[in-house]
Write a protein that binds this ligand. Structure first.
Ligand SMILES: O=C(O)CC1=CCC(=O)O1
Length: 97
């Protein structure tokens, strides 16, 4: 199942810089591992903001919930616009793979 997810990061100013750097490094490693696995299909920065638009390819809602809630930055994120996607009949692609 494909889902679009929007994530906005709001890191508290009082968090020490070294803690922020460590969390961001774990976030990057985690997201790149999921991208390698094909579960995190797209990761786009929303221009001009500390937000992203992502496309996930997961088994079901429960797997999406698990992947998102395990994000190292999850405690500092607002997750919005979670939308289930399916193929558009006018798409010129052979598949969504
Ligand atoms: O920077 C972000 O938008 C948050 C994030 C998601 C995956 C990642 O590496 O950073």
């Amino acid at each position: 199942m494909l889902f679009k997810v929007e994530m906005t990061v709001n890191i508290p100013h009082e968090l020490p810089a070294d803690v922020i750097d460590e969390v961001k490094a774990r976030e990057k490693a985690y997201s790149q591992e999921l991208q390698q696995q094909g579960k995190w299909r797209h990761l786009w920065r929303v221009a001009g903001s500390y937000s992203n638009v992502s496309i996930f390819d997961v088994e079901d809602n429960a797997e999406l919930q698990e992947l998102i809630s395990n994000l190292p930055l999850f405690p500092y994120m607002e997750i919005t616009a979670v939308v289930a996607l399916c193929r558009h009949p006018s798409s010129i692609r052979d598949s969504d793979a």
